[in-house]
Write a protein that binds this ligand. Structure first.
Ligand code: NAP
Length: 317
């Protein structure tokens, strides 16, 4: 069975097609014949060896990838009965060691798998689960109230874009960052106020909201740079484990800096299925930059690492 992975960690060129053994669904699991696997920023870290546990020899080949769409082709015993062979589905894949989404066949907990949004093709459907769930998780952790102001950085990106759209659907006021080139895109996602991205974002937010905003989702991973945008006692969600450790003065203002990890929603079927409904209702927009054959995974990683990709790059199998 074909997969796109590495046999030695390295740059994009380390990715190539590899042969991996066929897999079968066990209890509570389904097997999906993968048609599309989205290429996310975290996959480039995975490919580079960043996620290898110290002292544990990595299992090779190592296959990146955290979300996908395809067709159920095997249902194991003791699943909840929602899924049947032949169903078109999308799923979040929590990588454990060498197990990732860039493969023709994948076995997953049935709870991580839901039907694709009606009308979405495989590439579009594959782009939703991982970042959609992370955006959902960030909003749930912040627990803001309708009318509260939420700032979003990296708003043109996948995570940030979903945060903007889901927050608007919940009645929050959204102030988002964008480059000049991305301003129309970020406005089209529903942001109420768009301010220039980069170092000056927090100051620009404070100019507009002198007391600071209630919450901030930091999709651009700017860390301490953006904390001053948030009011005393407000909340910031971060996506790379940042807890405000280098900003004691901000924490002393009562800021809660909360790292979110999609694994906490990895088997949250209800949350994933709600995202499906929201995609069908047009609440969230599925954005695909390009679809490349799996054999061109290295090229997809090169393009992602160069920056400026809008919408997800997707590998087809
Ligand atoms: N913890 C988790 O479970 C989890 C889950 C999902 C995502 N993530 C992380 O969340 C982050 C965002 O993911 P994504 O898929 O949304 O990435 P993305 O689509 O590449 O979006 C990131 C956005 O931030 C922009 N950006 C980068 N550096 C910036 C800076 N210094 N100032 C302003 N904007 C900047 C990017 O612009 P350019 O393209 O122009 O650089 C892009 O628009 C990644 O680090 C990802 O690994 C974590």
């Amino acid at each position: 069975m074909r997969a796109a992975g590495v046999t030695e960690f390295g740059g994009p060129e380390a990715l190539h097609l590899v042969d991996v053994p066929e897999v079968h669904a066990g209890p509570g699991e389904v097997r999906v014949a993968v048609r599309a696997a989205a290429v996310n920023p975290t996959d480039t870290n995975s490919r580079s060896g960043f996620y290898v546990s110290p002292g544990v020899p990595p299992e090779m080949p190592w296959i990146p990838g955290m979300d996908l769409a395809g067709v159920v082709d095997e249902v194991g015993p003791d699943t909840d009965g929602r899924l049947a062979v032949g169903d078109r589905v999308m799923a979040v894949v929590l990588p454990t060691g060498s197990h990732g989404a860039y493969r023709e066949q994948v076995v997953l907990p049935a709870a991580s798998v839901v039907p694709v949004p009606a009308g979405a093709d495989d590439a579009a459907a594959s782009s939703l689960p991982m970042n959609g769930l992370t955006a959902r998780l960030a909003l749930d952790r912040m627990a803001l109230r309708p009318g509260d102001v939420l700032a979003v950085t990296g708003a043109a990106g996948s995570f940030g874009g979903y945060v903007v759209q889901l927050a608007k659907a919940e009645g929050l006021t959204v102030v988002a960052d964008a480059s000049e080139a991305d301003t129309a895109l970020v406005r089209s996602l529903g942001a109420d106020v768009v301010l220039p991205r980069g170092e000056g974002f927090a100051a620009a937010v404070r100019e507009r909201y002198p007391d600071g905003v209630a919450g901030l989702a930091d999709g651009s991973v700017q860390g301490a740079q953006v904390l001053p945008a948030v009011r005393d006692g407000g909340v910031v969600t971060t996506v790379r484990g940042y807890r405000g450790e280098d900003a004691p003065a901000e924490l002393a203002r009562g800021l809660r800096v909360v790292p979110v990890f999609v694994r906490d929603y990895g088997t949250n079927t209800a949350a994933l299925d709600r995202l499906r409904e929201q995609a069908e209702a047009g609440v969230v927009t599925l954005r695909v930059a390009d679809v490349l054959p799996a054999a061109e995974a290295a090229e997809a990683h090169r393009r992602l690492e160069a920056g400026g990709v809008r919408g997800r790059l997707v590998l087809s199998f």
